[in-house]
Design a protein around this ligand. Structure first.
Ligand code: F6R
Length: 254
């Protein structure tokens, strides 16, 4: 049961729920959007994130697809980011991660999943990013973007210092972001140094933003997102400028 949140002095709608309940609520909203667009004969563009936080949303979406036969055949998936410097079929790429955790279960084929290739060099990355922005505009923009929150306040890989006007681009990962990923990469040296991320402006253009942050380790940055000055030092604060943004926290992160 959602608790009304006394900290909702910001433009963000804050909801404090256990992670499983938050996962069900967000997945239910996504499913409703998919059904409504299907009934209206419209396509639907959903923005996804990798990481630990959205796993509950993904398992619930897979359950809804399986048990309620929800069709995703008019859905285009967009991913927030992808690591660079990997071989095309590297199983640690976000593309492979999304396929294994969500896209195969929902029946979303590779041609309807807009994720940057993980083997682009700097020059190809720049041209991929500008054609991606054009393609997104032709699709009519993102209907709902799911987000996690980095411990340094990043959204996507818009690390501290990323401004309100940034668009999809190649970025260098912050040291803390790489340190947080060492377990999967067998030490800091193995962690990719660069990535492609949707920009802050690109994210804020989505019609709805649903950000999730769970656990004690997110509590300090959540305070800054809710109460600190809005600006590039903590890119997550830009969520407060969006007309339809919800932040799902569990009691430990709140
Ligand atoms: C992942 C992404 C990141 C994560 C964030 C939180 O695609 O864009 O911003 O959402 O780092 O990661 P977790 O959920 O693992 O705590």
């Amino acid at each position: 049961m959602a608790q009304p949140c006394p900290a909702a002095r910001t433009g963000l709608d804050v909801r404090v729920l256990e992670p499983a309940e938050a996962g069900r609520e967000v997945a239910g909203e996504i499913a409703a959007l998919v059904r409504a667009s299907s009934r209206a004969g419209r396509s639907c563009v959903l923005g996804f994130a990798t990481g630990r936080t959205p796993l509950g949303v993904y398992s619930e979406l897979a359950r809804i697809q399986r048990e309620e036969r929800l069709a995703f055949d008019h859905v285009t998936a967009v991913n927030l980011d992808e690591l660079l410097g990997l071989a095309p079929l590297d199983p640690r790429s976000f593309r492979a991660w999304m396929r294994a955790r969500l896209f195969d279960a929902l029946g979303i084929p590779p041609e309807r999943a807009l994720i940057p290739p993980c083997d682009l060099d700097q020059c190809d990355a720049e041209s991929w990013c500008s054609s991606f922005e054009q393609r997104l505009a032709r699709l009519g923009g993102i209907d709902l973007q799911l987000l996690g929150l980095g411990r340094n306040g990043h959204i996507g890989f818009n690390e501290p210092g990323s401004g309100r006007q940034t668009r999809t681009r190649r970025v260098e990962l912050a040291a803390g972001t790489r340190a947080d990923a060492t377990a999967e990469w067998g030490g800091t040296e193995g962690v990719p140094t660069h990535a492609i991320t949707l920009g802050v402006a690109t994210i804020l253009e989505a019609r709805a933003l649903r950000c999730l942050a769970f656990g004690e380790r997110k509590r300090a940055i959540v305070r800054r997102v809710l109460e600190g000055p809005v600006g590039p030092d903590v890119p997550g604060t830009f969520l407060r400028e969006h007309p339809d943004a919800k932040l799902y926290l569990d009691p430990a992160a709140f």
